[in-house]
Design a protein around this ligand. Structure first.
Ligand code: CP
Length: 351
């Protein structure tokens, strides 16, 4: 899905729905902006006023620990007001359509929706339907995309291995059902990684997977050779309509990452996982908690990257029209200077 809907007339990021179709310079701008925010978590005062007066609604139709919480923390640190919709107790359980839910929330003067949905394309659909002053961020849609996860992973990689052009990355496991894998592959290829290798049994790979710009291995021992970044994926049983594997223990024997298998990758290889991890299924605890694991670093980096995406998207949206224009224009003037995010953060950011 190539998506100019994501960009405003000046080519700035207005919605963040997918990595597909975004340029290397835009992805780099997200990473550089996140860098400005990264030091904030260690400060006594963890807030900047960039989104003061803005209202952000977290609309999670699927469960989440990391994404929902870090989006909320990121919005709070940008001084936005955040509403976490409880879908289980909302009127969707009484049959209200997604579009009617959106229309009603719009009527409450919302500025941004952060959306997770089991249906691929849900965030895209909402972005097409919302008013021009509202921004939509995809927090994971079906098997399609999870762009902020990809960007926080790129940020984590860049901190530890800054030269993407020499980077060999292996993505291991359930590629077929993984929105994370799709977004990671697009981000790595756009940022110029030397190789993206997928390692999985044939039943867990999409047809024509090579067309995504990857090399393919069905053997973990062979596939880990020369690898700098090992990305493990969870078996997404909730998306499997039929038995694609003999058993979890058989899967772990062939594709589970153990200390012994990790030694086949480069000695300084890092181990990543978007979470939630299933210990003893795709990864051994000694690796997940070991010295090469950056899994919790990924989680921490989610805050800075989501702050960057939200700040950039709000800066790229038009003020609200009609009788509310003055209110929104004031709010823009107060919170988002024309000269950009870095005016408030200063040249050295907030670190
Ligand atoms: N990585 C990720 O999306 O985790 P959650 O499902 O906990 O948000």
């Amino acid at each position: 899905m190539t998506d100019n809907l994501q960009l405003n007339a000046e080519g700035k990021l207005k919605h963040f729905l997918t990595i597909e179709g975004l340029s290397k310079s835009l992805l780099t701008e997200i990473l550089d902006t996140a860098e400005s925010f990264a030091g904030m978590s260690e400060h006594q005062v963890k807030k900047v006023p960039l989104l003061r007066g803005k209202t952000i609604v977290n609309l999670f139709f699927e469960n989440s620990t990391r994404t929902r919480t870090t989006f909320e923390l990121a919005a709070t640190r940008l001084s936005a007001d955040v509403i976490n919709m409880n879908i289980a107790t909302s009127a969707t359980s009484k049959g209200e359509s997604l579009l009617d839910t959106i229309r009603n929330l719009e009527a409450m003067f919302v500025d941004m929706f952060v959306v997770r949905h089991a249906i691929s394309g849900a965030a895209h659909f909402i972005a097409q339907q919302t008013a021009p002053h509202i921004s939509v961020i995809n927090a994971g849609d079906g098997q399609h995309a999870h762009p902020t996860q990809a960007m926080l992973d790129m940020f984590t990689i860049r901190q530890l291995k800054p030269d993407f052009s020499s980077l060999r990355v292996a993505i291991i496991g359930d590629i077929l059902h993984s929105r994370v894998a799709r977004s990671e592959i697009q981000a790595l290829n756009t940022l110029g990684a030397a190789e993206v290798r997928v390692i999985a049994p044939k039943t867990l790979l999409p047809a024509h997977v090579e067309s995504l710009g990857v090399s393919v291995s069905h053997n973990l021992t062979e596939g880990l050779k020369d690898i700098d970044v090992v990305m493990m994926l969870r078996l997404q049983k909730e998306r499997m309509s039929s038995a694609l594997l003999p058993s979890e223990s058989e899967y772990f024997k062939c594709f589970g990452l153990t200390e012994e298998k990790l030694k086949i990758a480069k000695p300084d290889a890092i181990v990543m996982h978007p979470g939630p991890i299933n210990r003893g299924v795709e990864i051994d605890s000694k690796v997940a908690d070991g010295p090469q694991s950056v899994i919790l670093k990924q989680v921490s980096n989610g805050i800075a990257v989501r702050m960057a995406v939200m700040a950039m998207a709000m800066q790229a949206t038009a003020p609200a029209p009609g009788r509310f224009a003055a209110v929104h224009a004031d709010r823009h003037a107060d919170s988002l200077p024309a000269s950009g995010i870095h005016t408030i953060l200063g040249d050295k950011g907030v670190a």
